[in-house]
Write a protein that binds this ligand. Structure first.
Ligand SMILES: Nc1nc2c(c(=O)[nH]1)N[C@H]1C(S)=C(S)[C@@H](COP(=O)(O)OP(=O)(O)OC[C@H]3O[C@@H](n4cnc5c(=O)[nH]c(N)nc54)[C@H](O)[C@@H]3O)O[C@H]1N2
Ligand SMILES: Nc1nc2c(c(=O)[nH]1)N[C@H]1C(S)=C(S)[C@@H](COP(=O)(O)OP(=O)(O)OC[C@H]3O[C@@H](n4cnc5c(=O)[nH]c(N)nc54)[C@H](O)[C@@H]3O)O[C@H]1N2
Ligand code: SF4
Ligand SMILES: [Mo]
Length: 727
């Protein structure tokens, strides 16, 4: 019998709705196609159409985890398949041991912004807080949009997109900075194209000629790492030319004098010297942006993945405040959240400073509310961010302050964190590391216990799209193997540690959390079933209330007194700049057909055929000429921290001096090279800028063999070729 099941895509935060046709008896997917949804307008991109093949476990890149495994005899002993009872006891005993010996803050958990969903995210943070007694809980938002959350919270009081995805197409001016929608959120990119068709003026600030740059009316091809100098100069022009919305600024903001004291120095001429843009283009951009009450700023990783990420975000929010571009339809700020559920994992409080629903851990009344609900004493001290692992393992001299246990659920730091050598060393120095994942990933090699979870398509739940929209995901297939849902696994560990956690289904978890989070209270399963998507804040359980399309209505900001704060900082250059030994700058971006650490898309046959190892390094044709390399040649790219082999790709889309890699590859792993310099307040790494050099390899036959050998070696270590027990 075939049935139709609607669910939300598991890749990016666009939140597209997909309909599966499934043969229930054969447990087989027969068809999949996009259907109407609030954000996707009946469309999906290539990953929506073809990105589910990993459910068939074709083992192209890596294979599904099907059994719990532990190292019974300590760090250097082999992983052995054991029963769930034994694995859960092993993990619970070791977490307990670490907690008793080193205290609650020696433990850190990483939640997942990918498959598991909001209910599992709620359980992960509840485990860290109620069972381990620490706020050391974080997730990959840290290495992504944490700078957007920090910068927006400090200015407008709310870290999420102020507008909704559909509003983008009704903007009159779009200032797109450091965001490549055509690759990262193809279905959001359609809204930008639609806006253009409706007459919107598009300005794109990006050092590369992206698709948005190509269709833009003005491309600001600035030098990488210069964002603060650009946005400060835009503010300078808006203020000095009298283009500011004085009434809005007077009624709804504060901090103008301090703000002006900084931006007054950033004349277009001064900024031109830093950004490489013409003073005329900077002036024109400021005038254009200030000319409309439907101006939208969209940004992404080209803003946040810098040591000045938070500062750029603060100034972007300030530009919108200066021009009165908040609080009505089709205006505002759009930090377009990356992963399918990274907005949700923030919503669930998988962050070191807030409980679910962005409720401050340091607020005694909030603490008391959660203590009552969970029946335990909680910590009022904010926890640590996951990018501080190397510091708190390798560089902390007091063992009592180090991290001794790390519970990693659905994140692959050994592929996605900066400076991989450092992270591998750190993981090996941690007493007890648990990986809970769906695939054998690079971090599994460093785990003391591996717990296999069900994937998207094999369980129920709720995701939050980039624009604050709660949407259901549904079980499509029965999972194969001895695997459990993420939330069940965590509940079993908690129970084995003496804190009973038991739920019969995700709706029970959801009901517990929406009752604790006033902002989410209105989003019941029943309403989600009926309305499809509900955007927080949604205070009201009334069946017709769809929540909030845009934030800060009427210029009332989410700050404690409702007033926005204008803020920015002086510009400083990235931490590691080009030099004689490493004369190029390396920036790392994304592949359209592959997703983050590639465990899922790398195991989808059609997507694998688009691109494969060892990836590419984009460089200008002039650069390729200088290096003496041509399209497809394998080159060695080297930084102070490491090297990788990848293929040269000359393209007119980039400027000489800057080269670009995607972070999807195991052999061409750019994170062997990247720097772990962090933004001081959000602790987001500077993935977008470090110094590197490229070495030509004269013996290409050797290079091809070396790449193949490295690939086989990793796959062997990951047991792709052998069934059964790992070595
Ligand atoms: N150089 C460089 N590095 C970067 C970036 C960059 O631009 N440049 N970008 C950064 C950004 S923005 C991000 S968000 C990170 C992403 O980095 P990660 O979060 O590490 O990568 P993902 O591929 O999203 O997924 C992580 C893991 O989740 C697992 N997983 C998927 N679904 C489930 C599930 O249902 N349950 C469980 N338990 N596991 C599951 C996957 O198999 C995978 O191993 O990478 C960062 N790294
Ligand atoms: N296909 C696919 N889609 C994805 C992902 C994936 O891995 N694959 N990952 C998802 C995730 S986790 C995220 S966070 C999003 C990220 O999506 P985006 O935010 O689009 O991320 P990136 O492509 O890393 O960077 C965006 C742009 O920043 C530009 N840039 C680099 N340096 C600078 C600079 O100094 N100034 C300015 N103004 N721009 C600069 C780059 O050239 C690039 O075009 O994508 C999501 N969608
Ligand atoms: S745009 Fe994003 S959510 Fe939509 S189908 Fe593509 S990957 Fe999935
Ligand atoms: Mo991300």
């Amino acid at each position: 019998m075939s049935v139709e099941i609607k669910t939300t895509c598991c890749y990016c935060g666009a939140g597209c709705q997909l309909l599966f046709t499934v043969d229930k008896e054969a447990n087989k997917i027969l068809d999949i196609h996009p259907v109407p949804g609030r954000t996707n307008d009946s469309k999906a991109c290539l990953k929506g159409w073809y990105g589910w093949d990993y459910l068939n476990d074709p083992q192209i890149l890596t294979k599904r985890l099907r059994e719990p495994m532990i190292r019974k005899g300590g760090k250097n002993s082999p992983l052995e398949i054991v029963s769930w009872d034994e694995a859960v006891k092993f993990v619970a005993d070791n977490f307990k041991k670490v907690k008793e010996k080193w205290g609650p803050n020696s433990f850190l958990a990483a939640a997942s912004a990918r498959g598991p969903g909001n209910e599992a995210g709620y359980i992960t943070q509840k485990f860290a807080r109620a069972v381990m007694g620490t706020n050391n809980i974080d997730h990959c938002a840290r290495i992504c949009h944490a700078a957007s959350v920090a910068g927006s919270m400090q200015t407008i009081g709310e870290g999420a997109m102020s507008l909704s995805i559909p509003e983008i197409e009704d903007a009159e001016v779009i200032f797109n900075i450091g965001y490549n929608a055509a690759t990262s959120h193809p279905i959001v990119a359609r809204r930008i194209v639609r806006a253009k068709e409706k007459g919107c003026y598009i300005i794109c600030a990006d050092p590369r000629i992206t698709e948005t740059a190509r269709i833009s009316d003005l491309h600001l091809q600035l030098k990488g790492g210069a964002n603060v100098a650009l946005v400060n100069a835009l503010a300078n022009v808006i203020i000095s030319e009298g283009l500011m919305d004085k009434e809005f600024v007077k009624a709804h903001t504060k901090g103008f004098d301090d703000f002006w004291a900084i931006v007054k120095d950033y004349t277009p001429e001064y900024s031109s010297g830093i950004t490489g843009l013409s003073a005329e283009d900077i002036r024109f951009t400021a005038r254009k942006y200030a000319s409309s009450k439907h101006s939208v700023i969209l940004w992404g990783m080209g803003v946040t993945q810098f040591s000045q990420g938070v500062e750029t975000v603060k100034c972007c929010c300030s530009l919108a405040m200066l021009t009165g571009n908040f609080g009505h339809y089709a205006c505002g700020t759009g930090p377009v959240r990356g992963q399918n559920n990274v907005q949700g994992t923030c919503d669930m409080g998988d962050l070191p400073n807030v409980y679910p629903g962005y409720q401050d851990v340091a607020n005694p009344a909030i603490q008391a509310k959660f203590e009552k609900a969970w029946g335990v004493k909680l910590s009022g001290v904010a926890g640590i961010q996951l990018t501080r692992v190397p510091e708190l393992v390798q560089h902390e001299s007091d063992p009592a302050k180090r991290i001794h246990a790390y519970y990693i659920t659905g994140e692959d730091p050994c592929q996605s964190d900066p400076d991989l050598d450092e992270i591998r060393e750190s993981l090996d120095m941690i007493d007890f590391v648990v990986v809970q994942d769906i695939f054998w990933n690079k971090t599994c090699e460093h785990a003391d216990a591996i717990l296999p979870a069900t994937a998207w398509g094999e369980h129920d739940g709720v995701y939050t799209s980039s624009d604050r929209g709660f949407q259901r995901i549904r079980k499509v297939l029965e999972p194969a193997g001895n695997i459990k849902t993420d939330w069940e696994i965590t509940c079993l560990i908690a129970t084995a540690m003496g804190y009973k956690m038991h739920y019969n289904n995700t709706e029970e978890i959801w009901n517990e959390l929406i009752d604790l989070c006033p902002k989410f209270t209105g989003a019941t399963y029943e309403k989600l079933e009926k309305l499809g998507s509900i955007q927080w804040p949604c205070w009201d359980k009334g069946m017709e209330d769809k929540g909030t399309m845009f934030l800060h209505a009427g210029g009332h900001f989410a700050t404690p007194d409702g007033i926005g704060i204008l803020k920015t900082s002086p510009y400083h250059p990235p931490v590691e700049v080009e030099n004689t030994e490493y004369p190029l700058t390396l920036c790392t971006v994304r592949e359209v057909g592959h997703y983050s650490v590639r465990t899922m898309t790398g195991n989808c046959r059609l997507l694998r055929n688009l691109e494969d190892e060892p990836g590419w390094v984009e460089m200008s044709p002039e650069q390729a000429g200088q290096l003496g390399v041509k399209q497809g040649d394998i080159v060695k790219i080297v930084s102070k921290r490491g090297f990788a082999f990848t293929r040269a790709k000359p393209t007119e889309r980039v400027k000489t001096g800057a080269v670009y890699m995607t972070y999807q590859w195991w052999i061409g792993a750019c994170n062997e090279l990247t720097i772990s310099a962090l933004d001081p307040s959000s602790k987001t790494p500077e993935y977008k800028y470090c110094a590197a050099r490229i070495e030509k390899i004269p013996d290409q036959k050797w290079a091809e063999e070396e790449v193949a050998r490295r690939y086989t070696d990793i796959r062997n270590r990951m047991r792709i070729t052998k069934e059964g027990l790992p070595a």
